[in-house]
Design a protein around this ligand. Structure first.
Ligand SMILES: Nc1ncnc2c1ncn2[C@@H]1O[C@H](COP(=O)(O)OP(=O)(O)OP(=O)(O)O)[C@@H](O)[C@H]1O
Length: 306
């Protein structure tokens, strides 16, 4: 029932080849199971793209393929136009990445690791490191092996941000953080994007985190990208229509932009519509007796993947 034309219309225009990050037709299988089934996605400069999807949707695999950390079976990924699989040092210096499970250099102390990594980055901000370690109460002399998962994630975030990257990629950055840490991180992402124009891609399965900070959203479901849109536009372009039985009986075809259709418990139908960018609402919206309501994003994702 998903109206592919409406969804395609919701995708932002194709990015130039020099987009900070772009995937084109990525396919990846593990054990003969398709994990990425032809994903194309461009992250535009200065945007904060929230990649959302359920557990196992393929978010980490997509991020890793886009950064050249795994080789896709087909398709290409580029970072500022350069093949992700053959990224040079000059491109790597402009990129910050926080993996879902940061691998620490367990035998080093927090401060030693950060000082060591800092030598590879010309724009390393040592003052930011010191201030953030103090604010997050992470002693420089703690062994990385002794950190809790949340503390390890914080150190990985400091490491990525201290290099003052132009492109910041975070894979479920908040998964091990407490609510205060989560909020702080989201604020930091928003301010980096706002003040320095940093381009950000972050994955999450928490819709409220996405709404707090993302300018754009991409919804990945079972290895396919079902939506890619500006967040505000997506909120304005969807409606759930409650259609009384008498009107439903007259409906012969799909409604333009129809995404899903469910029988109403008390008769009639509930139809979710996502109109294309600039497209009008379907005529059904005006029919007497039809009631329309905007959907919370979480519900829209459920309907789109139904
Ligand atoms: N190296 C691997 N070998 C085999 N299967 C893998 C491998 N990496 C990922 N998968 C499988 O691919 C699917 C997608 O995994 P992925 O980690 O990309 O999902 P995700 O959306 O990031 O999930 P989550 O939100 O739980 O982190 C899962 O079914 C996973 O088991």
């Amino acid at each position: 029932m998903l109206d592919r034309s409406a969804v395609a219309a919701s995708n932002p225009a194709a990015a130039p080849a020099t987009a900070p990050l772009a995937a084109n037709g990525l396919i990846k299988q593990y054990d003969q199971t398709g994990v990425l089934k032809g994903v194309s996605l461009a992250v535009e400069p200065g945007t904060v793209l929230g990649l959302i999807g359920r557990n196992g949707a393929g978010k980490s695999t997509l991020i890793r393929a886009m950064l050249g950390l795994i080789e896709p079976d087909a398709g290409t990924a580029t970072v500022w136009g350069e093949s992700a699989l053959r990224m040079g040092d000059a491109v790597k210096e402009r990129l910050g990445y926080v993996p879902q499970q940061p691998e620490a250099m367990a035998w080093l102390q927090v401060g030693e690791m950060l000082d060591f990594i800092g030598r590879f980055y010309p724009r390393w901000n040592a003052a930011y490191v010191d201030a953030t370690l103090e604010r997050w109460q992470l002693p420089r002399n703690r062994l990385l092996a002794k950190l809790s998962p949340g503390e390890r994630q914080r150190v990985a975030i400091i490491r990525a941000l201290a290099s003052q990257p132009e492109l910041l990629v975070l894979d479920e950055p908040a998964s091990a953080l407490d609510p205060v840490g989560r909020r702080e991180l989201l604020r930091e992402i928003a301010s980096r994007a706002g003040d320095s124009g940093t381009t950000v891609l972050f994955s999450t399965h928490i819709v409220s985190d996405l709404e707090r900070v993302a300018s754009h959203v991409a919804f990945l479901h079972e290895g396919r990208l079902l939506l890619h849109s500006e967040l505000d536009s997506l909120k304005e372009r969807n409606l759930r229509l409650h259609v009384p039985e008498a009107v439903a009986a007259q409906l012969r075809e799909d409604v333009p932009g129809e995404v899903s259709r469910r029988p109403h418990p008390y008769g009639g139908l509930s139809i979710t519509v996502l109109r294309g960018e600039g497209a009008p609402w379907p005529d059904l919206v005006q029919v007497p007796g039809v009631r329309a309501e905007a959907l919370p994003l979480e519900d829209l994702f459920i309907e789109v993947s139904a």
